[in-house]
Design a protein. Structure first.
Length: 432
């Protein structure tokens, strides 16, 4: 057995024993060096450090900080008001608020896990008060967070683009339409299931134009943010990393000057929250670098690419195979880890079949992120279930319509690549 084979076995055993994924991947990566003769252990330290010292990866802590600033300085509650105005006439309208809010929050948060937890805490009590089933409420709050993984600034796109050397600006643009499409499909699933459960709307008619404009005016600063990011990157005003710094400054400006809810206590809370979030992501990034070295050293990408290409040369069939593989992996591994490990393996395969890496990135991050909602290791599944006070089994049972809505979006992306490629080609120009 190769060193990488042993490392994979160690990793799976540690996961099954309940070890945190960061330590499981770090220890299994170290085991590769123990069983592979001739490799200096200094590489372990070098890879752990070098993985976190990418200039592009610098965008991740900056966007996390900016997102927490926006959440703590009044933007989130204004977006909730806008979402409620837009959906008050729909069945299960608090569930509809969750879908619209996730779309609006995509330009603020960048993290699906954070969005799911926030919405369960903020919207959950009102859902329970209205008699919504707790499992259903937990399910829609968890699955609506999937929209965040495509609306810029998506943390997944930054990692995928950095590892695969794919334009992050094009990825940001490519995620916009699929994100909006996912919102529509999830709202449709919410309306159908809420109608069956008799979760009545708040009002008989849609909100007036005046009400929508007033709510839109309050939330406009958050809505402008993802558009500004794409424009700045498109015209070379900022790199993705520099746009992260801009995001932090922008959030401070909005919180201090526009909404005037920034205080020293808010700043301290934001710094504490951001430090915890950044530490988790950075630790996973660092330790996955050790594991990733073993993948390259043992020529796993080449072997796996040859194996996949030996099965089929049809692009659509290959995407189906990859999606099934990522869905299974997402049930047991954290999204960031899958992205870090599988991007260098799968990207050469899809490129050889003529699949656009930007198009594949949207599909891969959507499917991979869905793992946060699938048992047995779905972090958003357990988080929203815990907050809503129901079992993960109840949430999973209620989640099937939302799961199928997301899968339907993925299928449309497979057969109609222009859904994801039209906007980046329009903004950045088609790649010849």
């Amino acid at each position: 057995m190769t060193g990488m084979g042993i490392a994979v076995i160690v990793f799976l055993v540690l996961l099954l024993l309940g070890m945190p994924v960061a330590f499981a991947i770090g220890i299994s990566g170290f085991s590769f060096f123990l069983v592979t003769p001739g490799l200096p252990f200094t590489i372990v330290v070098q890879k752990a450090l070098s993985t976190t010292q990418s200039f592009t990866m610098l965008a991740i802590p900056l966007f996390i900080f900016a997102g927490n600033l926006m959440n703590n300085t009044g933007i989130t509650k204004r977006l909730i008001k806008l979402a409620d105005v837009l959906t008050g006439h729909m069945y299960g309208n608090i569930g509809q608020v969750s879908c619209v809010l996730s779309t609006l929050m995509g330009g603020v948060s960048g993290s699906a896990n954070a969005d799911a937890a926030m919405e369960a805490r903020v919207l959950g009590p009102e859902m329970t008060k209205r008699g919504y089933d707790r499992g259903w409420s937990a399910a829609i709050n968890a699955w609506s967070s999937m929209i965040v993984c495509t609306i810029p600034p998506s943390m997944g796109f930054i990692i995928y683009g950095s590892i695969g050397e794919v334009s992050i600006g094009r990825l940001f643009a490519a995620g916009m339409l699929p994100g909006l499409l996912m919102m529509v499909f999830l709202m449709t699933a919410t309306s159908i299931t809420a109608h069956k459960r008799n979760y009545l709307p708040d009002r008989e008619k849609p909100a007036s134009f005046k009400e929508v404009i007033e709510a839109l005016r309050d939330g406009i600063w958050a809505l402008l943010f993802p558009i500004m990011l794409i424009v700045f990157i498109r015209f070379g005003i900022m790199t993705p990393s520099e746009s992260g710094a801009f995001a932090a400054i922008y959030a401070v400006f909005v919180g201090t000057v526009i909404y005037r809810e920034m205080s020293f206590a808010v700043l301290v809370k934001t710094l504490k929250d951001s430090t915890k979030d950044i530490a988790i992501v950075t630790l996973i990034l660092a330790l996955s670098g050790i594991f990733g070295y073993g993948i390259v050293y043992d020529s796993v990408p080449q072997a796996m690419a040859a194996g996949l290409l030996g099965v089929t040369k049809n692009p659509q069939v290959m995407l189906f195979i990859i999606i099934l593989m990522l869905l299974v992996m997402g049930m047991f591994m954290e999204t960031t880890v899958i992205t870090l490990l599988m991007t260098p393996i799968l990207l050469p395969v899809v490129k050889s079949l003529g699949i656009d890496p930007v198009h594949f990135g949207v599909i891969m991050m959507t499917v991979t992120t869905s793992g946060i909602n699938t048992p047995p290791v779905g972090t958003a599944l357990y988080t929203t279930s815990s907050i809503m006070g129901c079992s993960p089994e109840e949430t999973t049972k209620a989640a099937f319509p939302f799961f199928f809505a997301v899968i339907l979006v993925v299928l449309l992306l497979i057969f109609f690549p222009q859904i994801s490629l039209w906007l980046p080609n329009l903004i950045f120009g088609a790649i010849k």
